[in-house]
Structures are given as structure tokens and as C-alpha cells.
Design a protein around this ligand. Structure first.
Ligand code: 1PR
Length: 565
């Protein structure tokens, strides 16, 4: 008897489990059809694609028991795909049938005026709170969404479906369903378990409601909600931690200058230096820093494993323990990068990139970030020539296999480009991508951006545009765009680089490398339209607070999520 949790084995359900523990609730997992009989409340955190969720439930014999559970009137809380399965079907997988409680089809967002997936912090607007509780949703707060498909809200042409709708949200000019609530069913498109304090309050409100009142929510009357000129999506501020084992074998957060993480010899002026020249720069412990940045209001965190740990079998990778511990304290999205590729354990056991990613997801990661393997995959796809010039995948790359199993929103590609200076009259193979400097310092200079692998140690015959277009086609959900030239310099983001990639892809992007002040964030958001920006050094050294970055963004007239709201 009690609270049960439905997991069909895809994606990060650990976050929700951690959240429930944090809120002091005990729960059990549904492992077989019989468990539904024992459940007096059920949470279904659906992740991944609609079709794979339905077929996984079917193949485990859980779909019909789920239908019967909901029909019995016992309380149900669905999250993301856990909401979408309540609908009849989805354009994501037209041959799969949903539970069909809500008579409507899930549709794909248009990317004509915005990037897709819809990824980040947006508002939740309850339609009518007169007759019912607000479910713990605060209208001024922001909640984390990550999805390419959305439930339409159209009270005029589909009043029956609209009667289920509790709250809506706007992305671009599209209004879609943020939450449904009717009788015993409550479900959200956003992820409360990833929405910081605001999300914890939504889960708490449902968990603390009596089971009786959870079963009797009235339907919502039809209320029109035309789009406003601007949506509520906030600009994301991401804190990144490069994690490496130092010369004593401890895992530390380090930080490079143009990717060199070892301390330099003291300068002639005798700058203060706490570590010996040549030592790996140590800026703190990864889990403690992750918790600190979560509390300071970071919208997302990245942990980059920049040590290879060749001697550990996959399951004993020290980074897994770091992710597990961080995920217990951090309730915003967590991206893990470094080493997401096919590997071989010391005993010769082969591990696919999909298996590696799966272990990180189960440890608590929400997205994995792939760098070197993405470059090799695009090099291979370009050998399969296509009319668009991008090439074609063969279904075997890490990007394709992970996106297929966990959804494209779970796959980030991290790009490590470096400028290659050329004569301004350059007429070579990358001539269409050449940037001509306009600032005083760069006047008369011209360059293109070359991709690298192995943390910038090896250059490859591939441009940043070729890589970005290739990974978008292979199924990446987001691009994390570094710059080796700007990394650790504090000179500001490489706006030319960010603009160049922005105009070539329609998936969200995170600009990275070079942030030295809050004004640099404002600059990159205003001048390139990018969705998110990342910094490392200024946060690690305490030179800039995340709060002041958010304030600057808000003062410049853009949406920013305030801490714990
Ligand atoms: O190739 O899939 O194993 O992934 C390796 C990952 O590790 C890549 O994402 C690569 O960017 C990263 N990486 C490898 N070596 C280093 C290094 O520094 N020696 N870190 C490294 C890259 C760049 C950013 C940094 C920003 C912002 N670090 O992570 O956080 O540049 O820094 P700033 O704000 O201080 O300027 P694979």
C-alpha cells in the first residue's frame, strides 16, 4: 500500500526518486503488473520518446494495468511523457496509441520562429484557480521544460480536451498545455523534479494533499488564451565544472587557460600562487561546488570529466559516484560530458556509448554531452553524400543510438573549435565560413573555425559549421559551443563564432568560454539570440555571482529566472 513510482527503464528517474526522498516521502517501484493493486498513489515520470514509452510499457505488460489504475479513480501524477501518454496519440510516433483519456493528438513544435526542442525555464499559467487549488504553482515562478512535442490548447475547436487543462504556457507564438487536472489525474509537461525550489513545491503540494481530495479535481471551464507578443522562456545561465584527477589522485574541479589546466610558473611580478607550477589547478570539490551553484541560482550545471580513468571498469568510474552524489543535492538539470563513447573495460568487456550514457542517466544525469565522438561521427556521415551536403548517419553513432533510446533532448554535443587565421583573400574549402574581423584589434584579420578532438589536442579536417549541421541531423538536441581561443581569458564570448553556428542550426545552443563579467552574458544573448550561456572560471574564483548575471539580464529587458523562484 502507498506511493508507487512507475519506471519503464528509460532516462533519468533518479532525480525524481532523489526529490521524493528529499521531501521525506517513502515510495516503492512498480516492477510488475501486480504492484498496481497495491498502489494508493502513483507517479509516472515519463522520459524519452512517446513511441518508445508506449512500447516499453506494452512489452513489460504495464500499459493495461496503468489504464485500469487510472480508471479506478486512485491519484495519478504524470510528468512530461507521463502527461502525453494520457492523450490519444502523438505525431512523434503516429503508429503508437496512447491511453486516449484526453481526446487530442500531441503535435511537434514549429521551428519557424524558434529553436526546437523547447528547452529551459518557462512560466506556468493556471487558467482558472477559482474553484480549485493552484497545485503549488506560483505564477511568478519558472519551471523546467524539455520537449519537442506539445499538447495543443484549443478551447474553441476541442472543448472536451480543453476541459482537462489546468495551466498553459507560451513558447514562441504557440500556446500549449503545461498541466492537466481532472478527477484523480494531475500531470505536468514541465519537470517539477528539475525545477528547483518552485518544482519541489509543486510535488510537495500534491504529495501532501489528502488522497481523497487528489481524486476529485473539477474540470476547467473553457478560457481563451491568445498568444502575447513575447513568451516567458528565460535565458539560461549554466555553471560548468571540469573534473579531473590531480597528481595525488583526488577528483577536483579544475580550470584551464585555453584548455591548459596546469599552473604556470609565477609571473615576473610575483603573482600570488597557491599551488606549485605544473600542478593541476584545484578549484574545489565537484559535489560541494555543484551544490553551491544550485543554491546560488544556476539554471543548469555541467560536469565535464576530463580524465580518462582508463584503469577503471565502466561501473566503477569515479565520475559515476560524483554524479550520484551531486544529483542528491541538485534539483536543476545536470549534464555530464567526457568519455561518452564505446569503451572496453580492463577485462576486455566491450561497453557501447549507449551503455555508458545509460549508467550516467541512472546515476542522475539528465543529458550527456559528446565531443570527440561527435566529430568522428560527422566525418563518417560526410562520406555518405547527400543533396544537402551534410551527409547521412548509419544509425550506429553515439548521438543516434542515445537519441533514439532517450530522446534527442538528452543528447548535447560539445564543440571545441579553434580559430585558423587565413589571408583575407582566402579562397580555400572553408571560404564560405570565413569571418572578417571588425573590432579595432581584429581589423584586417580573417579566420575560420576548425574542430578539434581530445580536449583540443588534435585538429581535424572539419569546420564548426560542418560539425554543427551534421550533429543536428544525426539527432543532437543541443549544442554546447566552446572556444579554445577564449577559454579562461575573461575577454567575453566569441560572438562571431556563436553567430556563425546560430545561423546554421535550429536546435538550442549554449555559448561557452571567455565570460569575464555579467555584461558579457548580456552581450551574447542580445547579439546572437542564443538560448543559454555558460561560464566556469569567474564562478569558481568567486569574481562574479550568478545573481548579478541574472540581474543584468533582467535589467537589459530579457527574461531571467530569479533564485529559488
Ligand atoms: O571528447 O567526448 O571525451 O569530451 C571531453 C569534454 O571535456 C569536451 O566537452 C571538452 O570540451 C572538455 N575538455 C577536455 N579537455 C578540457 C580541458 O580544459 N583541458 N574542458 C576540457 C573544456 C571548456 C569548458 C569551460 C568553458 C568556460 N573546458 O568546459 O568550462 O570554456 O570556461 P571560462 O568561463 O572559464 O572561460 P569527449
Amino acid at each position: 500500500m502507498g506511493l508507487f513510482f512507475l519506471d519503464y527503464g528509460a532516462g533519468n528517474v533518479q532525480s525524481l526518486a532523489n526529490t521524493l526522498r528529499k521531501l521525506g516521502h517513502n515510495f516503492q517501484w512498480i516492477t510488475s503488473a501486480d504492484d498496481f493493486e497495491k498502489a494508493t498513489s502513483l507517479i509516472f515520470p515519463g522520459v524519452g520518446a512517446f513511441g518508445s514509452a508506449i512500447s516499453a510499457l506494452e512489452s513489460k505488460g504495464l500499459l493495461e494495468p496503468l489504464r485500469a489504475y487510472i480508471a479506478s479513480g486512485r491519484p495519478y501524477f504524470g510528468i512530461c511523457v507521463g502527461m502525453q501518454v494520457l492523450y490519444e496519440s502523438s505525431a512523434e510516433s503516429p503508429s503508437s496509441r496512447g491511453l486516449g483519456l484526453i481526446p487530442c493528438t500531441i503535435e511537434l513544435f514549429s521551428n519557424a520562429d524558434k529553436t526546437v526542442p523547447h528547452m529551459g525555464w518557462n512560466s506556468v499559467e493556471p487558467l482558472d484557480s477559482k474553484d480549485k487549488s493552484d497545485e503549488g504553482i506560483a505564477p511568478q515562478s519558472h519551471y523546467y521544460y524539455v520537449h519537442s512535442y506539445r499538447a495543443p490548447y484549443d478551447p474553441e475547436s476541442n472543448p472536451e480536451a480543453a476541459a482537462w487543462v489546468h495551466s498553459v504556457t507560451q513558447y514562441g507564438q504557440e500556446i500549449f498545455v503545461a498541466a492537466v487536472r481532472k478527477a484523480n489525474v494531475f500531470a505536468t509537461q514541465f519537470h517539477p523534479e528539475k525545477s528547483g525550489q518552485a518544482g519541489l513545491e509543486v510535488l510537495s503540494a500534491w504529495l501532501n494533499e489528502s488522497e481523497g481530495s487528489r481524486s476529485h479535481a473539477p474540470p476547467t471551464p473553457r478560457i481563451p488564451r491568445p498568444p502575447r507578443p513575447r513568451d516567458g522562456l528565460t535565458k539560461r545561465v549554466v555553471a560548468c565544472m571540469d573534473v579531473r584527477s590531480n597528481d595525488q589522485g583526488d577528483l577536483v574541479v579544475t580550470k584551464g587557460d585555453q584548455y591548459d589546466v596546469r599552473e604556470k610558473a609565477p609571473s615576473a611580478q610575483g603573482a600570488v600562487q597557491t599551488q606549485a607550477a605544473g600542478a593541476v589547478r584545484n578549484l574545489g570539490k565537484p559535489v560541494a561546488l555543484a551544490e553551491k551553484y544550485y543554491k546560488a541560482g544556476a539554471d543548469e550545471l555541467c560536469l565535464m570529466n576530463i580524465t580518462s580513468f582508463r584503469h577503471s571498469p565502466l561501473r566503477d568510474q569515479p565520475m559515476l559516484a560524483v554524479v550520484r552524489a551531486a544529483a542528491e543535492e541538485v534539483f536543476v538539470p545536470l549534464t555530464i560530458g567526457g568519455g561518452i563513447k564505446d569503451t572496453v573495460d580492463p577485462d576486455g568487456t566491450k561497453r557501447s556509448a549507449l551503455e555508458v550514457a545509460g549508467l550516467y542517466f541512472r546515476a542522475g544525469a539528465d543529458k550527456v554531452s559528446i565531443a570527440s565522438e561527435a566529430v568522428y561521427a560527422v566525418e563518417r556521415m560526410r562520406e555518405r553524400v547527400t543533396a544537402d551536403g551534410v551527409g547521412e548517419g548509419d544509425g550506429t553513432s553515439a548521438i543516434e543510438t542515445i537519441a533514439k533510446a532517450y530522446g534527442r533532448q538528452a543528447v548535447v554535443v560539445s564543440i571545441d573549435p579553434r580559430r585558423v587565421y587565413v589571408d583575407p583573400t582566402y579562397d580555400g574549402p572553408y571560404k564560405d565560413e570565413v569571418v572578417h574581423g571588425t573590432s579595432d584589434e581584429e581589423q584586417g584579420k580573417a579566420w575560420w573555425y576548425q574542430c578539434t578532438v581530445s580536449g583540443g589536442r588534435e585538429n581535424r579536417p572539419l569546420s564548426v559549421v560542418q560539425l554543427a549541421r551534421g550533429v543536428e541531423k544525426l539527432g543532437a538536441g543541443e549544442i554546447l559551443l566552446n572556444s579554445i581561443d577564449r577559454d579562461g581569458t575573461g575577454k567575453g564570448f566569441d560572438l562571431d563564432l556563436v553567430k556563425l553556428v546560430r545561423k546554421n542550426v535550429r536546435i538550442p545552443m549554449v555559448a561557452s568560454s571567455g565570460a569575464g563579467s555579467p555584461a558579457h552574458f548580456v552581450d551574447v544573448f542580445e547579439k546572437t539570440g542564443v538560448e543559454a550561456a555558460l561560464a566556469a572560471g569567474i564562478f569558481h574564483r568567486g569574481e562574479v555571482e550568478i545573481d548579478s548575471v541574472k540581474q543584468s539580464i533582467a535589467q537589459a529587458g530579457m527574461n531571467a529566472r530569479q533564485r529559488n523562484r
